[in-house]
Design a protein. Structure first.
Length: 115
């Protein structure tokens, strides 16, 4: 009977140790799950910031495309104006008109600064 009680005690100790191992394993799993959840949250934040940056870059790209189109249009206008002013007389006439505009603008600036 003593041997049988000893074996029961051994089994109980083994079961208690086994339960401790299971609890320890569960704690490790819980710790790993928490770490993965934190890593997931950090990656979600990174993704959100990357999406914002992508949108900002797209907006900047659109702005630069518009500027480029404006410069291209101005270049076309300059080439057209240059083609229209083939002879010296036309160039002198445009130059005289531009000088007149500049004088008018200067007069307006003087009047505004006197006010």
């Amino acid at each position: 009977m003593l041997v049988s009680t000893y074996r029961l005690d051994e089994q109980r100790i083994y079961m208690a140790q086994s339960e401790k191992d299971i609890l320890h394993t569960l704690q490790l799993i819980r710790h790993k799950v928490n770490a993965l959840m934190e890593q997931n949250r950090q990656l979600q934040d990174k993704l959100h910031h990357a999406e914002i940056q992508i949108q900002e870059l797209k907006t900047a790209l659109d702005t630069e495309k518009n500027k480029l189109e404006q410069v291209a249009d101005q270049n076309k206008i300059a080439k057209l104006a240059d083609a229209l002013m083939n002879d010296e007389r036309d160039r002198q006439e445009v130059k005289n008109k531009l000088n007149a505009y500049i004088r008018d603008i200067d007069a307006c600036i003087r009047l505004l600064s006197e006010s």
